[in-house]
Design a protein around this ligand. Sequence first.
Ligand SMILES: NC(=O)c1ccc[n+]([C@@H]2O[C@H](COP(=O)([O-])OP(=O)(O)OC[C@H]3O[C@@H](n4cnc5c(N)ncnc54)[C@H](OP(=O)(O)O)[C@@H]3O)[C@@H](O)[C@H]2O)c1
Length: 345
Amino acid sequence: MGQSLINHKWVYVARPESEVGYEHYEMQREEMTDDLSANQVLIANQYLSVDPYMRIQQAASHTWEEPHPLNSLQQSGVIGKILASASSKFKPGDWVNAYTGWEKFSKVSANELVKLDPTDIPVTTSLGILGMPGRTAWFGLIEAGKPKPGETLVVSGASGAVGSLVVQFAKKIGCKVIAFAGSDEKCRWLEKSLGADLAINYKHFNCYRELQSFLEEKRIDVDVYFDNVGGMISDAVIPLISLHARVVICGQMSQYNGMLDEVQLGPRFLHHILYKRATIQGILARDFSHRMEEMVEIVGPWVKEGSIVYQESIVHGFEKMPEHLASLFDRGSSGKLLVRIGDEY
Ligand SMILES: NC(=O)c1ccc[n+]([C@@H]2O[C@H](COP(=O)([O-])OP(=O)(O)OC[C@H]3O[C@@H](n4cnc5c(N)ncnc54)[C@H](OP(=O)(O)O)[C@@H]3O)[C@@H](O)[C@H]2O)c1
């Protein structure tokens, strides 16, 4: 004990008006020791999570909670290895999942950790399919989407961490799945590897009318719309909902870069909700935190038997964290984005 370490951390210092970048963060260096208080552990972080909610929390106004405070560590999920422990439950070398932030080392109370078994399932799944994105996809779909076999489900942002799971969960339930993504390559992956019945590259359409006409030609009646991105895709899909359709608002990715509170001129779709006696429900992953085990019990075996594809895009570069966050809005890769930092020190 008493050994000193140099920690590097990304501190969030300025609110972005549009795209997030380096100017909104500062990398800070701090000296720390491995001295611990009772029940505390020191973690060497190995993987850092990068998620769209981080951009939402940079809004100046209240969302589901207060905005991310300025001049503080960018909070995030992490996977790390214990370096030192003052807890009887953890020993050096143990893998853990924690909610700390973009930093190389974290000191946390053992009560806030989840122990991971790397011999059972890859530890990275705890930030993806068996973590927050998996919980969002599963409970958002089951509890709000209420899909039934034979129904048609449309999902936007389908190549992302949440969307790629919604596609597969819905296929397991027996739905016909129409998936939206932003490249032909992602669309091929959605159809060939994930089993989507039709994947559509929304970037081939200039406006919602073109997209809506295309969907009408395909005779798509939407029973469940699982929306991750909003914008033009929603404008095209909502008019095509069927009687008693369920619209699940999981995210509005297309509006996070400065447009959340701007009124955009566009079709007003609420009259379709009226005609079709449909429901729109927002869902939040944290509301299902207490049901995590239930999700892992169902989805865990699918992961182990390989009957579900969980794509992880693991990139490197602790010094590029703001860039990794910005890349969520325009990246070529699919699935859960993670930053591997453990091999850099
Ligand atoms: N409600 C909750 O508790 C909760 C929890 C987790 C996530 N979410 C939300 O769910 C959504 C997806 O999250 P995720 O973790 O899956 O993120 P992700 O892995 O980064 O995926 C985001 C997807 O959105 C697409 N996208 C980005 N900008 C877009 C735009 N302007 N128009 C259309 N599509 C765009 C991206 O690729 P392409 O453009 O190539 O398709 C990507 O597939 C986000 O809106 C996030 O905020 C909500």
